[in-house]
Design a protein around this ligand. Structure first.
Ligand code: SAH
Length: 252
């Protein structure tokens, strides 16, 4: 039996026209689609492969199952939202390959990129990522909270713009409030924060608030935040989509 192929793709934040043609091509060719249920729902219905939806926290099992299907000859696509390399399935698949054990040697594995949430949000408000920035997940499911705090403190202290993923969930209610306190050690109350919920999806909502006014209760797990650096500014009297930016020059 010849081994098949496994492609890890990102379908972008949600809008079909924000998904790379190369990804769509691979989705259309797939015999099997593997992914977290709501992400599989982002794949257009004309895509005909068998769908294997799974729960959110089952990444390792999902990666293992996908590799096994591919080892048996299937053309498998593992679906992530956004980019598959950013807090998503590409690492999960390569972790399984690295752990070895079962023989997936014949499976051809490829990763195809997508637009990640922070880029999508940035494009909705202007150019807040125009200078150095740092991407941090606030989820302490796979890393200790102390590490997250240390990184927030260091990145905010070094004056990076901060893109914050996984800001809050039912099981992680207090972490965002604590993260704001850490960032506040280094940033003024007026620091602009872009808040993007369901960016690129039909019920998208996007806004810019001052750091001191950011209410954790108004944020959910479909939200990404971009916290400005000391130089990030809002241009007065501009529409939201071209109002927030971080200048390219710094300190010169
Ligand atoms: N691979 C994804 C990130 C997965 S982690 C990507 O590259 O975008 C899940 C987190 O991503 C969510 O908690 C949220 O913070 C962010 N996110 C993903 N899609 C989003 C969207 N459409 N709008 C806002 N935030 C999103």
């Amino acid at each position: 039996m010849t081994a098949g192929r496994l492609t890890v793709v990102g379908v972008g934040p949600g809008r079909p026209d924000w998904c790379l043609p190369a990804v769509t091509e691979r989705l259309l060719a797939a015999t099997d689609l593997v992914g977290y249920g709501p992400y599989l729902d982002l794949v257009p219905h004309r895509v005909g492969g068998r769908r294997h939806p799974s729960d959110n926290r089952m990444e390792a099992e999902r990666a293992q199952a996908a590799l096994e299907l591919a080892a048996r000859g299937a053309d498998v696509v593992v679906v992530s939202s956004g980019d598959p390399g950013v807090f998503a399935m590409a690492s999960a698949v390569i972790e399984v390959l690295d752990e070895g054990g079962r023989d997936h040697a014949g499976v051809e594995v490829e990763v195809l990129p997508g637009i990640t949430a922070a880029q999508a949000l940035a494009s909705r408000v202007g150019a807040p990522l125009g200078h150095d920035f740092c991407v941090i997940s606030l989820s302490d499911v796979l890393k200790p909270w102390a590490v997250i705090e240390r990184r927030l403190d260091a990145a905010a202290g070094a004056d990076f713009v901060l893109a914050l993923y996984n800001p809050i969930s039912r099981h992680r209610p207090w972490q965002l409030g604590r993260a704001i306190e850490v960032v506040r050690r280094h940033r003024s109350a007026a620091t602009p924060v872009a808040v993007g919920r369901q960016v690129g999806r039909p019920d998208e909502s996007v806004g810019v608030v001052a750091l001191a006014d950011l209410e954790p209760a108004s944020v959910d797990m479909s939200t990404v935040l971009v916290v400005g650096s000391s130089t990030t500014r809002v241009v007065a009297d501009r529409p939201l989509g071209s109002s927030l930016y971080t200048p390219r020059r710094y300190g010169a």
